[in-house]
Design a protein around this ligand. Structure first.
Ligand code: FES
Length: 508
């Protein structure tokens, strides 16, 4: 068998046998060395770069096949920071017979576990991490495709092992004994819930998009879960393959049941799930917007980590950037992408069809930042011209915004409500809280009439899981939300088709 040596920062970090025919990405993942691989190894994103000699050219690890002994120089793996999760730890006595539970939010990107005292409802410790399935793709489709090709067991084992570890961390931090944990409440999208429960998500990858379960019930703990023997694991109810327990939990957390007036709820993550309540009626849909707003599959897109440009504007001295961390810009995260596109529209550098004009067609001084990258027009954001936003990237964002905006309008039309009449617009999820709302409305991600009634609610899925953890009534409410909610399949909706096309254009 070939011997693979892996170096990072000039230090040998691994020497192990690999398999002939296996990709470098698969080999590294099997050894717990995770590269950023948002396209899941399909060779499209170009993010999984390694070198085979110290100063050699970068190659894509997912497209590099092991044919013999090999030396791999891996980049530094970036730690993803999870906003707002640095909760204080309240040390508690490990008195036997305590009654604790854990609320778990399984995002496609991050996983968070809140250990909670079920008597006092006090949160005693929080542990979180990047979803261990991340090397298998940034979005749920990549995870389904991996499961279809190789079985779902690897991904199930990864997420279950990760949750076991997070709960163990919570216990270590707080002094709570695993035997005192009696209830687990989980919220995630339908695919994440399947993988955590040990079910195959493969049926959700193709027509008729059939899930194994829509959950909403208590299951027995999986092997290795550090909890009491009689513990139950509750999974939030899902509405369809693509509107999952994260959305029903989000609706619970926003108290949509008691909202006055038409309310629209949207969670923009690796997909865009949209729900709406009007009177006693709930509607929901899922858009195949893809992970563009998370920076995936965008030339210089990246997660919201140090080096990411998070905000862009034009000031008295020209282009002004906000970069996360005290470092040089390395790429753009979702909020930076929205701002960059809004600025290009405001300055006339992008026209209503989404075309990035040539520098000599632009009257605004931003023209000095327009050049060429990969044979297409591009907007340069760094002096070195290594961070740019290309015409092809603009097209990807345009498709994603048309899908989301088209979905919102489809629900409004189905409910017979106009955008002006919406009483509340809830932006859920980390991205929803972080984005510049004016830029989002400028590019047409949602109707500008929503701006005065927009609320950023943060991680509503995690909050909903926490409420369901401590309240049996809340679990009844979740079941009622699922019962009342009508799912609209956008791929076969004529209204959506029309709205998608209409929302492709930008406002001048
Ligand atoms: S190109 Fe290798 S993971 Fe995307």
């Amino acid at each position: 068998m070939p011997v693979i040596k892996v170096y990072r920062q000039n230090s040998l970090i691994l020497e192990a046998e690999g398999q002939i025919g296996e990709t470098v990405l698969a080999f590294l993942s099997s050894k717990d060395i995770f590269l950023d691989a948002p396209c899941g190894g399909r060779g499209r994103c170009g993010k999984c770069k390694v070198r085979l000699t110290p100063d050699g050219e970068e190659v894509r690890a997912c497209q590099t096949i092991i044919e013999g002994d090999l030396t791999v120089y891996a980049p530094d793996v970036m730690e993803m920071k999870i906003a707002g999760q640095d909760a204080p730890v309240n040390a508690v006595k490990s008195a036997a017979g305590g009654n604790f539970g854990v609320a778990i939010d399984i995002g496609t990107t991050t996983v968070v576990a809140h250990l909670t005292n079920l008597e006092t409802r006090e949160r005693v410790a929080t542990a979180s991490g990047v979803n261990a399935q991340r090397p298998y793709g940034a979005d749920v489709i990549s995870r389904i495709e991996y499961s279809a090709a190789h079985g779902h067991e690897t991904l199930s084992r990864l997420i279950q092992t990760q949750i076991n570890g997070l709960i163990a961390d919570d216990c270590a931090k707080s002094g709570v004994a695993p035997a005192d944990i009696h209830y687990i409440s989980i919220a995630g999208n339908t695919i994440m819930q399947h993988l955590a429960a040990g079910f195959s998500p493969v049926g959700m990858g193709t027509v008729p998009f059939a899930p194994v379960s829509l959950f909403g019930e208590e299951l027995a703990p999986w092997e290795g879960l550090p909890v009491a023997q009689d513990a139950k694991v509750y999974f939030s109810p899902c509405i369809s393959s693509y509107v999952g327990g994260d959305i029903t939990s989000g609706m619970l957390a926003c108290d949509l049941e008691h909202d006055d007036g038409p309310t629209v709820f949207i969670d923009i993550g690796t997909n865009g799930e949209i729900a709406m309540k009007n009177g006693d009626k709930y509607l929901c849909c899922a858009t195949a917007a893809g992970p563009a707003f998370e920076g995936a599959e965008i030339s210089r897109g990246m997660a919201a980590v140090p080096g990411a440009i998070s905000h862009v504007k034009w000031g008295d001295n020209g282009l002004e950037l906000t970069v996360l961390g005290d470092v040089a810009p390395d790429g753009l995260c979702g909020s930076g992408l929205l701002d960059a596109l809004a600025l290009l529209l405001d300055t006339g550098a992008v026209d209503e069809t989404g075309r990035l004009l040539d520098a000599d067609e632009i009257a605004h001084p931003i023209a000095s930042h327009i050049g060429q990258a990969d044979g297409k027009n591009a907007f340069y954001l760094s002096k070195e011209r290594d961070v740019y936003f290309s015409a092809a990237d603009i097209r990807k964002l345009q498709l994603a915004k048309a899908a989301i905006s088209g979905g919102i309008h489809t629900l409004l039309i189905t409910a017979g409500v106009t955008a002006e009449n919406a009483a509340c617009f809830v932006l859920a999820g980390g991205f929803g809280s972080f984005l510049d709302r004016t830029s989002a409305a400028r590019i047409g991600l949602f109707p500008k009439e929503f701006l005065p009634v927009t609320k950023g609610m943060g991680n509503t899925a995690g909050e909903g899981a926490a409420i369901a953890l401590v309240s049996a009534d809340a679990r009844v409410t979740l079941a009622r939300i699922r019962e009342k909610c009508e799912y609209i399949e956008l791929s076969s909706s004529l209204v959506f088709n029309e709205q998608f096309v209409e929302n492709m254009m930008f406002e001048e």
